[in-house]
Ligand binder design. Structure first.
Ligand SMILES: Cc1cc2nc3c(=O)[nH]c(=O)nc-3n(C[C@H](O)[C@H](O)[C@H](O)COP(=O)(O)O)c2cc1C
Length: 332
């Protein structure tokens, strides 16, 4: 029977969201097999509790040249590399891993190989072998490799935890993992003002977001790196039958300040797009849902569903909905 000690921690490191999707998909599958799961980024996980948990699944992509994604390097990987960690530290831990990579890179799936090797070095035991997905076989090949690995994970966990019941019928809806809460106590009106301010406020106020090279400022007099752009062209590049929807977007600068000259960009620079809803669409939606009017300007919080996590161990590892962009020291 699943108990709080048998909670399965699915921790992911993801640069562009694919590992996160796989982590959520695996969690979903395990929940239908009567397991209790917690999904979190590697960096959001409270590392002090790693000795208290019994089952760990790490899903991580490789980025850069054989590197770990940003949401796995600030805390998790720094901790794992500590020389002082004893080789019996994770003796009670059973784990497996899934890597996402692209074999056209010379350091194929290096990140997950490093993580897997380090977990073994620290005494953890394999639940089942590692799987490595290859972007070069995106589509059926990659998906079927994922399914095969998932089946191994489920049967291994069922055996260890002693789950004998048939899986829950897929027609039955499980409790949602996240719920939306309206912050009625808040005096802050988040949607007041210009659209750019709404987007930038959302960006700078989200907890723990930043990147070391990012200079974000809500003070318009400071080094302002955000601009209001309008999409002028939106063309699908992949055929309608192809599963991926890749688009070419053209945008026009409609903010007061000019965009930096092209020569100021360097290889490796990133562009982040923070979309917001067209106020006209928002008004239209509110007209259809007049009962929302009272709360429409109040902040909305997406929080873990307490019904699912009240039994989780330990308390501090309850996940946050933050995912790809959680690194400390936001520069306001
Ligand atoms: C800038 C960049 C660098 C990458 N470097 C590697 C690499 O060194 N080795 C590898 O196996 N895959 C590499 N990849 C491929 C990614 O790991 C692969 O696309 C993966 O599915 C991304 O997963 P994520 O969305 O969870 O980050 C790289 C991809 C990008 C965009």
């Amino acid at each position: 029977m699943p108990t709080k000690n048998n909670t399965i921690y699915i921790l992911y490191g993801s640069e562009t969201g694919q590992s996160q999707n796989y982590a959520n998909e695996l969690s979903h599958l395990l929940r239908y097999h009567h397991h209790q799961t917690i999904v979190s980024t590697l960096d959001d996980f409270n590392l002090l509790s790693i000795i208290d948990i019994k089952y760990l699944i790490v899903i991580c992509s490789t980025t850069g040249q054989g590197e770990l994604p940003r949401n796995a390097t600030q805390k998790f990987w720094k901790f794992m590399l500590k020389k002082k960690l004893p080789s019996i530290l994770l003796n009670n831990l059973k784990f497996t891993t899934l890597g996402l990579g692209d074999s056209s890179y010379s350091q194929f799936n290096f990140a997950i190989r490093k993580i897997h090797a380090r977990l073994l070095q620290l005494g953890a035991k394999e639940l089942c072998g590692r799987a490595e997905l290859d972007e070069l076989f995106a589509g059926k090949g990659k998906e079927s490799a994922f399914r095969i690995w998932c089946d191994e994970v489920v049967s291994s966990l069922n055996k260890h935890i002693g789950i004998k019941e048939a899986p829950i019928d897929s027609e039955i809806l499980l409790e949602p993992e996240w719920i939306a809460q309206i912050d009625r106590g808040s005096t802050e009106v988040v949607t007041k003002g210009h659209e750019l301010d709404v987007a930038v406020t959302r960006y700078t106020k989200a907890p723990n977001i930043s990147h070391k090279s990012r200079t974000v400022s809500t003070d318009k007099k400071q080094n302002q790196t955000h601009h209001l752009l309008q999409v002028t062209e939106n063309e699908r590049l992949t055929s309608q039958e192809h599963f991926q929807d890749v688009r070419r977007l053209a945008m026009k600068n409609v903010s007061d300040s000019p965009l930096p000259p092209l020569q100021s960009y360097e290889p490796g620079d990133m562009l982040e797009i923070i979309p917001f809803n067209d106020p006209h669409d928002v008004e239209l939606l509110l007209k259809c849902q007049p009962e929302w009017n009272e709360d429409a300007d109040l902040p909305l919080k997406i929080v873990p569903n307490p019904k699912l996590y009240e039994k989780a161990l330990p308390d501090s590892t309850i996940p946050t909905p933050n995912s790809l962009i959680s690194t400390p020291n936001v520069k306001n």
